[in-house]
Design a protein around this ligand. Structure first.
Ligand code: ATP
Ligand code: MG
Length: 375
């Protein structure tokens, strides 16, 4: 648990963080958001003492951070900055192991950990461990930056606009991965962003700051329903899926990140892919044409699949599908009436565009119903 108690930071005579009081619970995903210069980064960096406060206290699990020593801090708090700075002349393995090495973990333990982490984000160990940062794509480098912060298993991770410079697709993928990791590893994460979409997607609690003060700290739903300030409503209003309810199409409410597997994929590989992403099913597509075939569940594969065999004959073709242009309300009714957990959204050429789950639908509708009141 992290507690800010009357925390104030001044530069010369200017107060940039003004009597901040905030409690962050263990395992909570908290997102700081607000206009540029409102004090997000400063508030973050005061936790790991990269910036010294003028008055007030911050407690980490009951201990005043000013009384902890630096090594203890490093062990307990992972940190990811916006411009991921991997060490260019260290390999990926060495980059990930920086803190474990500081903590004098054995080589074997460090390698085991690096392997585990790389596999968690779908980057094969052998292929990547000896590469240098410049041999990876921007998105992959960003992943390594996140892994490096996780490596020594710190209970708390601070992330300052870690996905800022990425294209929307990579960004969405990493957000999904981070959320899964956080749930799985039960980490406390404090995450800074400018992007309300990102905040709503990731946060258990959004902390909206302005001029060094908290305007509102609330769950995304609560903030959507009752924005405490016109500025918050305005930020909310920019959510990309906030359009009038009637105009909403499946494209607006679908989740783009879907695990698709070819119908020729072998049973074991398919199960492995689903496990890695903690999914209990996958959308199946044709090997040649990439067109939608149906859905396989991990349960069915486990019960009826044979290791060396392809998953083709275990595909359930009856999971409902809609088009990206289908009206969202129609899709919603279809989803409610169906016994499946989601419906599949197809492009015009019957390739897979996304899925609509009950959660993605509810979230999108909620923002229209509640967020829309303001405008
Ligand atoms: N070293 C410094 N000296 C003087 N003023 C500073 C210093 N660092 C930050 N500030 C000021 O403190 C305020 C808060 O800065 P901070 O970096 O926390 O903002 P931020 O909310 O993270 O903004 P952004 O979204 O642009 O990253 C700003 O007005 C900034 O100009
Ligand atoms: Mg900042």
């Amino acid at each position: 648990m992290i507690i800010y108690e009357n925390v104030t930071k001044k530069y010369n005579d200017v107060t940039v963080v003004d009597n901040l009081n905030l409690t962050i619970n263990e395992g909570e995903f908290v997102v700081f958001i607000g206009p540029s210069g409102c004090g997000k980064t400063t508030s973050l960096k005061m936790i790991n003492r990269l910036i010294k406060m003028n008055s007030g206290s911050i407690y980490l699990d009951g201990k005043n951070i000013n009384e902890m020593d630096a090594v203890e801090m490093r062990r307990n708090i992972g940190y990811v900055i916006q411009q991921i700075a991997l060490f260019p002349n260290m390999t990926i393995g060495e980059n990930i192991s920086v803190v474990p090495k500081l903590l004098k973990w054995s080589k074997e333990k460090r390698n085991r950990r690096a392997k585990e982490l790389l596999e968690m984000v779908g980057m094969p160990y052998r292929e990547n461990i000896n590469k240098y940062p410049n041999e990876l794509s921007g998105g992959q480098q960003q992943r390594i930056g996140v892994l490096r912060a996780l490596a020594a298993e710190p209970p708390v991770i601070l992330m300052d606009e870690p996905f800022g410079a990425l294209d929307p697709m990579t960004r969405e993928n990493l957000q999904d991965e981070l959320k899964v990791l956080q749930k799985k590893l039960k980490k406390t994460i404090i995450f800074v962003t400018h992007d309300m979409d990102e905040a709503v997607k990731l946060a258990d609690k959004i902390v909206f700051m302005k001029d060094g003060r908290i305007l509102q700290a609330a769950s995304p739903e609560e903030m959507l329903r009752n924005p405490a300030d016109p500025m918050i409503a305005n930020f909310m209003g920019k959510l990309s899926y906030t359009v009038s309810g009637d105009d909403l199409t499946c494209k607006d409410v679908m989740k783009r990140r879907v695990l698709t597997v070819s119908e020729e994929k072998k049973m074991l590989e398919s199960v492995e892919l689903m496990k890695q992403r903690e999914l209990d099913s996958a959308v199946v597509i044709g090997e040649e044409d990439n067109k939608y075939r149906g859905v396989v569940t991990i349960e069915k594969l486990a019960k009826e699949g044979k290791p060396g065999q392809s998953i083709k004959h275990l595909v359930d073709p009856k999971v409902p599908s809609v088009r990206t242009s289908t009206n969202a309300k129609e899709a919603f009714e279809l989803l409610i009436a169906s016994k499946y957990n989601y419906i599949v959204v197809l492009n015009r050429d019957s390739t897979v565009a996304g899925i609509i789950t009950r959660t993605s639908m509810t979230k999108a509708l909620a923002s229209v119903i509640w967020g829309g009141e303001e405008s």
